[in-house]
Design a protein around this ligand. Structure first.
Ligand SMILES: Cc1ncc(COP(=O)(O)O)c(C=O)c1O
Length: 437
């Protein structure tokens, strides 16, 4: 057995201090804290693959617009809760340009990141109908969204879509919807953590069933247009970002500034509520709030109560980024393609040393290279692999924290630096040699 880069005793001692009953269930923040501390005490640099933090420079067009807005004095004024007119109209135009769907500016509402957007969507969807008290996750998914439901005290159900892609999706979804208690269905597309992309056929199935069972779709487009297999970056021209919006009338699209525009620090995104849903009145909402429609309650009751709007200057930034993208002046996809290049190199290194990609296909097509990928090692659980890689100075999260039933890890490509590919190669080679003994 060759020496591992990290001293086992030091690492174990640090891990023990966290009192985790099951290391494989450690959260992203715990892994960040543990790996940072080990790094500090051992002076061995880690390859951090746990956090989904955008590793690129914020889009300049956004920064410039925000600085201008601040210089023009917006900081002292409360922003309109509905959103500034420029952002509302540019968001509506952006949705048309890159999804080819019509949503009126009224339904395009700024939120403090999609994090606040999904929280508000869960909140309001769960109040529409007394009988529908459960949110359904098409997993694997973003673990914090389940935490949001814990905060709200809402029920949820979930299933790992791994075994239910394509034709199998309909029956699986119906097994939940037929119970009559599902208020909304959520998924991310491209998917965090596995980076698969639901196909048009699958989105059609989801949309058709949503209409049939009167359920709202919360479509999380945090990685908007980042399926780099297709050129989704030309405005008003196919191919478009696939969306359930083509197949049902009751949906909320969550578009985040964080990843597509590398604008995570300013906490800005848009919730785009379909026209039909915006204008629909639900008896249960009327009973609770005394009037209003889904859209007005979402904005004037829920968002008002949660944050009283979204940072004024950040709205100007997002409006400018949307505008530049829709005008064809700013190819945001070109900028973030870097993640795909990194994934390609990292996957090659993992595969070379005996690892396998867990969620490897969209039906018959290999998944795209992007912000995340998933890996497993034969004979090891996700938790075991995650712990073992810590001794090699590599940190990632286990898929078991994401609602996946597969054994493996989620690796994020955003933090890797150019010189670290060689280190990754060296450490995984050592890992494979040690495993073979
Ligand atoms: C699937 C998914 N949804 C939402 C978010 C949060 O986005 P925001 O930064 O806009 O709150 C993330 C961020 O990692 C994500 O991966």
């Amino acid at each position: 057995m060759k020496n591992k880069p990290i001293d086992k005793q030091t690492a174990d001692c640090i891990i023990e201090k966290y009192h985790l009953p099951d290391f494989g269930k450690a959260t992203i923040r715990e892994i960040v804290a543990i790996s940072n501390q080990i790094e500090k005490e051992t002076n061995v640099e880690f390859i951090h693959m746990e956090m989904g933090v955008p590793g690129l420079k914020a889009a300049q067009v956004g920064v410039d617009a925000e600085v201008n807005a601040l210089n023009n004095g917006v900081a002292s004024i409360y922003p309109n809760i509905d959103g500034i007119p420029a952002l509302k109209s540019e968001a509506s135009r952006f949705v048309k340009a890159f999804i080819d769907v019509d949503i009126s500016p009224d339904g395009c509402v700024p939120v403090v990141g999609s994090m606040q957007g999904t929280f508000t969507s869960f909140l309001v969807c769960g109040q529409c109908d007394e009988k529908k008290d459960t949110i359904l996750f098409i997993d694997p998914g973003f673990p914090v969204q389940k935490q949001q439901l814990v905060v709200l005290g809402y029920k949820y159900e979930s299933f790992d879509v791994y075994d239910f892609r394509g034709d199998k999706l309909k029956e699986k979804l119906e097994s939940y919807l037929a119970q009559g208690n599902i208020s909304a269905i959520i998924y991310s597309n491209p998917n965090n953590p596995a980076w698969f992309c639901l196909t048009e056929e699958e989105l059609k199935t989801i949309g058709t069933l949503a209409t049939q069972y009167d359920t709202i779709i919360i479509e999380d487009l945090a990685y908007f247009a980042m399926d780099f297999r297709k050129d989704l970056g030309t405005p008003f021209q196919a191919p478009f970002q696939p969306s359930v919006a083509k197949y049902t009338d009751h949906y909320i699209l969550h578009i985040s500034g964080s990843k597509a525009f590398s604008y995570a620090g300013q906490r800005i995104g848009v919730a785009a509520i379909s026209d039909k849903l915006y204008h629909r009145a639900y008896a249960n909402l009327t009973k609770r709030y005394g009037g209003g429609t889904f859209g007005t309650i979402y904005i004037h009751r829920a968002l008002y109560a949660i944050s009283s709007g979204t940072s004024h200057s950040a709205q100007y930034a997002l409006a400018a980024m949307f505008k530049a993208a829709s005008d064809g002046e700013f190819n945001f996809i070109e900028e973030v393609k870097e993640y795909g290049k990194r994934a390609h190199k990292m996957k090659d290194i993992f595969i070379k040393h005996g690892f396998e990609i867990v969620y490897d296909k969209d039906m018959n097509e290999p998944i795209a290279d992007g912000f995340y990928f998933t890996v497993s090692y034969p004979g090891m659980t996700g938790g075991e692999l995650m712990k073992e890689l810590i001794y090699y100075g590599i940190s990632a999260i286990s898929l078991s924290t994401t609602g996946s039933n597969q054994e493996g890890l989620r690796a994020c490509t955003s933090f890797i630096k150019d010189y670290q590919y060689a280190i990754l190669d060296e450490r995984l080679s050592l890992f494979a040699q040690n495993q073979a003994k």
